[in-house]
Design a protein. Structure first.
Length: 365
């Protein structure tokens, strides 16, 4: 797939056939990579219409490989330089011979995804690998904007929602999900030497963050930190819900389902006494399916709108600006046209998938 042109001229029938065959092969490889990675993302992607699911898979595959390259590489600076070189090749329409890179090349040109969004994501991965310290909640949200908000912006573009409002709400939803992840994984992260609770919160109550990190123990103070993270996440989930109105009806249920399931992790944490140091809160299959059924309603009713215009939260403003500067009005006019299941069929598939994933997790314990 070398030297492919991604200009706005229509490809010939032969070029389209070659591209479709190549893209199909690359997407199969990306799907296999995703199956071995995030089970939650793989499951959630099945609720999207195929026109959005296929590019989402390609995006995830590249992000997963990039994260591994930085996190597992011996020389993180060199890994970052290599990834930026790969991005340059992707945006030049000449990706190297990696399935995920070839698939992403089609995605970024077809959907007008600015390179700055992917660079922000890579920066977030690098912050992780460098053990960056987060002093304030604003610092934590800046991290969330990069590792999750940027993905939200790219997904919004893939789903055809490119207004400033749509991008802002998608980014805020991504940050909310990241704050939920942080609250859920406090103990696991601490045992790996990572701390995402703002260090200023420790100082406010006379605790030494590094001392706690060396011996992470759950108590009422950590419960208080967890609750503060969840409260902020909930505020961002409420903002994120307003973005549903910017999406087409067939994309709304998947995003609403993801929002509800992630927010439910917070409720499960609260039911377990806010202890994420000694155990990891999970949402049961039955509860996930109930939330998915609830999310389906947004496909047929008009989503809520805010009573007043909402400005983007400071942490994600730069992502909105990136898209605003580089917005391509011609992007996404030729979405992937492949057979799609109805939403009811996708929900039925989800029931089976969640059951199989739950059974697999029991076996692996």
């Amino acid at each position: 797939m070398s030297n492919l042109s991604f200009g706005r001229a229509e490809p010939s029938m032969h070029q389209s056939s070659v591209l479709s065959e190549s893209l199909s092969y690359d997407l199969e490889a990306c799907t296999e990579l995703m199956r071995g990675g995030s089970k939650s993302f793989f499951a959630a992607s099945k609720l999207l219409p195929v026109r959005a699911r296929a590019p989402a898979i390609a995006l995830y595959a590249f992000c997963r490989l990039a994260d591994d390259a930085i996190d597992l590489g011996e020389d993180q600076d060199q890994a970052m330089q290599d990834l930026k070189s790969r991005l340059s090749a992707i945006y030049a329409g000449r990706p190297i011979a990696i399935d995920a890179d070839r698939a992403l090349t089609v995605v970024v040109h077809r959907y007008g995804i600015p390179c700055g969004l992917l660079e922000a994501l890579l920066d977030g991965f690098l912050w992780d690998s460098q053990g960056r310290r987060y002093d304030t909640l604003a610092d934590v949200e800046a991290y969330g904007a990069r590792v999750a908000g940027a993905v939200g912006a790219m997904m919004s573009l893939i789903m055809g929602a490119s207004s400033d409002t749509a991008i802002a709400r998608a980014c805020e939803l991504g940050v909310a999900m990241q704050l939920t992840n942080i609250a859920r994984d406090i103990g696991e992260d601490a045992r790996n030497g990572r701390l995402y609770i703002p260090r200023a919160w420790f100082r406010e109550i006379g605790m030494d963050a590094d001392d706690w990190l060396a011996n992470p123990v759950f108590d009422a103070r950590i419960a208080g930190f967890t609750q503060r993270l969840l409260l902020r996440a909930d505020a961002l989930y409420r903002r994120g819900e307003f973005g549903l109105a910017e999406l087409s009806w067939d994309c709304r249920p998947a995003i609403q389902a993801a929002r509800l399931v992630y927010a439910e992790i917070g409720r499960q944490l609260e039911r377990s006494g806010l202890n994420s140091v000694d155990k990891r809160s999970v949402v049961s299959t039955a509860r996930k399916l109930a939330l998915i059924a609830r999310a389906a309603a947004v496909a047929v009713k008009v989503p809520a709108l805010p009573s007043v215009a909402l400005s983007p939260v400071p942490a994600i403003q730069f992502l909105v600006d990136i898209v605003s500067r580089e917005r391509d009005p011609l992007a996404a006019q030729q979405p992937w046209t492949v057979p799609s299941r109805s939403f009811d069929e996708r929900v039925e598939w989800m029931v089976d998938l969640f059951g199989r994933l739950e059974q697999r997790e029991r076996v692996s314990r």
